[in-house]
Design a binder for this molecule. Structure first.
Ligand SMILES: C[S@@+](CC[C@H](N)C(=O)[O-])C[C@H]1O[C@@H](n2cnc3c(N)ncnc32)[C@H](O)[C@@H]1O
Length: 373
């Protein structure tokens, strides 16, 4: 299955909109993947000696390297370009989405009002939304995850799916296998014969990782939660457009409200790097509480681990924290996932933390998985 399947809730770009979005995607790839590594030469040849002259010693820590590079005109130019292409990506997608909103609203209403719906949507205006998520435009997504302009507003989810597709291609992620399909393959290899009947996808956003579970395990009841109402309205219609049964709920991962032992499989995708350590710890405790004995959780995320990076690369990857509104970037990159999982109740021998490879592309994801005893 494609990572970005076609469906009725996708905005249709005009020729010129598609050309511009495609250009910006290619420019992002070029700035982020081709130009970025060259910054290291500017560090070695310019910023490091300049810093040594000014301060009397070479920069040695990520913070000192950051000070040195912030004074370097080549890095300043690169950083401004990187920021500008991210802003332009959202602006480009936004033009299509706003032009398409009247048509998509009709599609959305039709999908949500169908009598033969497969799944459901439950919103909770009293849902506890973390303050930092409410007031942040994470990775500069306009309006952020909690954008909510009324009862028929699905723009947050439309932004996430359309912008996210351009964004991930520009990060070098493949377009064939979805993140969920990689995890389904991991389940087959790691837990042969495991066939979940109740599945929960935590922090589901637009639901792109929720639907592949319903497709892979058609006998299972699939639930998915997030705190963003606009994300969930979109996710619900998207799943219906794909003809897949998923039950979406507006709930916080730290306190999901589902009964103890009510799932065989609990997953999250690309969520931990946007959560505080306390939230990730609570999500692990919820995973343990929600699983039946023998049940499995898998939490997958970006392959960003500072323990594998030297001081320069820690500075380099820190860019997203400072300029791409990723408040928990470093918290995630330095967290102790095995420790958080064993503190949540999983036995150390049942925990695996490592990498999962994308089969169609040279890209690796980080995974933390455990089986409940
Ligand atoms: C990067 S997106 C997840 C993407 C999605 N799982 C996918 O694979 O396409 C991170 C999501 O985490 C959600 N989130 C952050 N904190 C949360 C919390 N405490 N409870 C529930 N959802 C949360 C955000 O609203 C956002 O939709």
């Amino acid at each position: 299955m494609a990572r970005n399947p076609d469906h009725a809730m996708l905005a249709r770009a005009s020729h010129d909109e598609a050309a511009r979005t495609s250009f910006i995607g290619a420019l992002k790839l070029y700035v982020g993947r081709r130009l970025r590594p060259g910054n290291r030469a500017f560090f070695e040849l310019e910023a490091k000696p300049d810093y040594a002259v000014a301060i009397g010693k070479e920069p040695a820590t990520p913070e000192e390297i950051s000070t040195a590079m912030h004074g370097n005109p080549h890095w300043q130019l690169w950083s401004a370009m990187n920021r500008a292409t991210q802003e332009q990506m959202w602006a480009s997608v936004q033009d299509t989405l706003l032009r398409e909103t009247p048509r998509l609203t009709e599609v959305w209403k039709e999908l949500c009002q169908r009598s033969d719906k497969r799944g459901s949507l439950e919103l909770d205006p009293d849902c506890d939304v973390p303050e930092v998520i409410r007031r942040s435009e994470i990775h500069l997504q306009p309006g952020g995850y909690t954008l909510d302009r009324g009862d028929d507003d699905f723009l947050a989810g439309a932004f996430y799916e359309s912008g996210g597709a351009v964004y991930s291609r520009a990060q070098g992620v493949g377009t064939k296998e979805s993140k969920a399909e990689i995890i389904i393959r991991l389940l087959e290899n790691r837990y042969p014969g495991f066939t979940p009947t109740r599945i929960l996808d935590m922090a589901c956003s637009a639901g792109s990782s929720s639907t592949p579970y319903a497709e892979a395990f058609p006998e299972a009841e699939v639930h998915a939660i997030d705190i963003g109402p606009g994300l969930l309205r979109y996710a619900h219609a998207r799943a219906e457009a794909l003809g897949v049964a998923v039950h979406f709920h507006q709930r916080n991962v730290t306190d999901t409200g589902f009964p103890d032992g009510s799932f065989d499989l609990v997953v999250s995708h690309n969520a931990m790097h946007e959560m505080s350590d306390e939230t990730v710890g609570a999500m692990m405790r919820e995973s343990h509480r929600l699983l039946k004995p023998g049940g499995v959780c898998v939490h997958q995320d970006v392959p960003l681990r500072y323990e594998n990076l030297d001081d320069y690369m820690q500075f380099d990857y820190g860019w997203d924290l400072n300029y791409n509104c990723e408040p928990f970037w470093k918290v995630y990159a330095t967290n102790d996932l095995p420790g958080l999982m064993t503190a949540a109740g999983f036995k150390a021998d049942d925990v695996y933390v490592g990498f999962a490879d994308q089969s169609d592309h040279k890209f690796r994801w980080y995974v933390a998985t455990a089986k409940k005893a």
